[in-house]
Design a protein around this ligand. Structure first.
Ligand SMILES: [Zn+2]
Length: 418
């Protein structure tokens, strides 16, 4: 490892900290109180940008605290600050020094307010904080940056395409006004309702897993599309058999950014209950994971799909360089989903994050998880799995968790690309 490793790690931590600060502020009852009641205003007289040869300071005074996020974009160097939601008022902020070539203020289609600063030189963040004056309720966002080399900047700045994919291209280019943002490609979630056709999956009390997970996938798609962060594709839209390889191929064809397989299996011992999220592992984390992985492969064999050499393929794949990148992202995705389900008060398996040699999860370049929503072999789970209200709670929880993971994943992207 090079000597600069610690520094870069510190920077990544700082970027993540920015996102964390947003939620920490929001969690303070005093700070959040009343802040949704009226739109925040920029207090132009008390806001300023100042740049020197070594440092850049951005101070934004606001009539009340707001959630915010910031990104640095390379080629050319730009600082993007998004505030939710702020009235920019009269226009340009007062500035001093020659570190800023241009500033653009506007709004994103989803209501966030965006400020883009074209930087004359590369800077990276040192600190970012939002402080609230308890007497007036006014807030001040103070962002501090230090001058760095272009090389250092470019390894840490986010790619423009990632930001555009997430929030659109508004104001990122001087010649494109906020009024006509370029249509952005949203990240694509591939939802994979398990089983189907000749393979009904688990069956209990007249309910077939294949039907249940297809119904749930449609509900989750609806929720995700309504929330507007992701586009959604399904590996199957009806009761048909799709091979495990076919499901991965479908995800690639849709240029999916992540893959979520949905199941509600039964286990012979009838002991498992609650939601569990699996990632690909070379060894099963327990007997039931091994059983489930084997059982899901068996349907392919019955359908005449050749899985010969499958185990070798997984072993080979696990050594691949791409997997080093994808495995921690898939693990973080599984943890985010489990956290979301837990926060929604829905029941989790006693070991909610597990791994197994699931063929359907072996795309090395796409974070993939398999969710057992619950186990049909457990009476309490089966009742939940048949309850429309539970479907809606679960879909909301998973959608919010997918978005939270995507945010974190984007924030870490710069670090991963090194
Ligand atoms: Zn299944």
């Amino acid at each position: 490892m090079q000597g600069s490793g610690a520094c870069r790690t510190g920077l990544a931590a700082a970027l993540v900290l920015v996102l964390a600060l947003v939620s920490a502020l929001w969690a303070q009852p005093g700070a959040a109180q009343g802040s949704l009641a009226a739109q925040a205003r920029l207090l132009g007289d008390e806001s300023a940008i100042s740049a020197s040869r070594t440092h850049l300071q951005v101070d934004l005074a606001l009539s009340q605290p707001v959630p915010y996020r910031m990104r640095l974009l390379a080629a050319p160097p730009r600082l993007v600050v998004d505030l939710n939601t702020v009235d920019w008022g009269a226009g340009a902020l007062a500035g001093s020094g020659n570190g800023i070539k241009a500033q653009r203020l506007g709004h994103l289609p989803d209501g966030w307010a965006r400020m883009v600063l074209d930087l004359a030189a590369p800077y990276l963040p040192e600190t970012a904080e939002q402080k609230v004056d308890p007497a007036t309720g006014q807030a001040r966002i103070a962002l501090r940056f230090r001058r760095v080399t272009l090389e250092e900047f470019e390894t840490s700045a986010q790619s423009e395409s990632a930001l555009v994919a997430q929030t659109g291209a508004a104001l990122l280019h001087p010649d494109k006004g906020a009024s006509a943002p370029a249509p952005a490609r949203r990240p694509v979630v591939m939802l994979d309702p398990g089983h189907g056709g000749i393979d009904p999956g688990a069956e209990r009390s007249g309910v077939r897993e294949a039907d249940l997970v297809l119904d749930f996938a449609r509900i989750l798609r609806e929720v995700l599309l309504r929330r507007g962060v992701f586009d959604v594709a399904l590996t199957r839209e009806e009761d048909v058999f799709v091979s495990l390889d076919g499901r991965i191929r479908a995800a690639r064809a849709a240029r999916a950014d992540l893959f979520v397989s949905l199941h509600a299996d039964a286990l012979p011992e009838g002991m498992a209950s609650g939601t569990v999220v699996y990632t690909l592992g070379d060894e099963a984390s327990d007997d039931s994971a091994a059983y489930l992985a084997e059982r899901h492969d068996r349907a392919d064999m019955l359908a005449g799909v050749d899985l010969a050499g499958n185990t070798d393929e997984i072993a080979r794949v696990l050594m691949a360089v791409a997997w080093q990148d994808t495995a921690p992202r898939a693990r973080a995705l599984a943890e985010a989903l489990v956290a979301g389900v837990g926060e929604a008060g829905l029941r989790l398996h006693r070991r909610p994050v597990q791994s197994g040699a699931f063929t359907v999860l072996r795309a090395v370049d796409m974070p993939s998880v398999l969710i057992e929503l619950g186990f049909m072999s457990n009476p309490r789970d089966l009742a939940a799995l048949r309850d429309p209200e539970w479907h809606s709670l679960m879909a909301d929880a998973l959608a919010a968790a997918l978005e939270a993971w995507w945010q974190d994943d984007l924030a870490l992207e710069g670090l991963r690309r090194q």
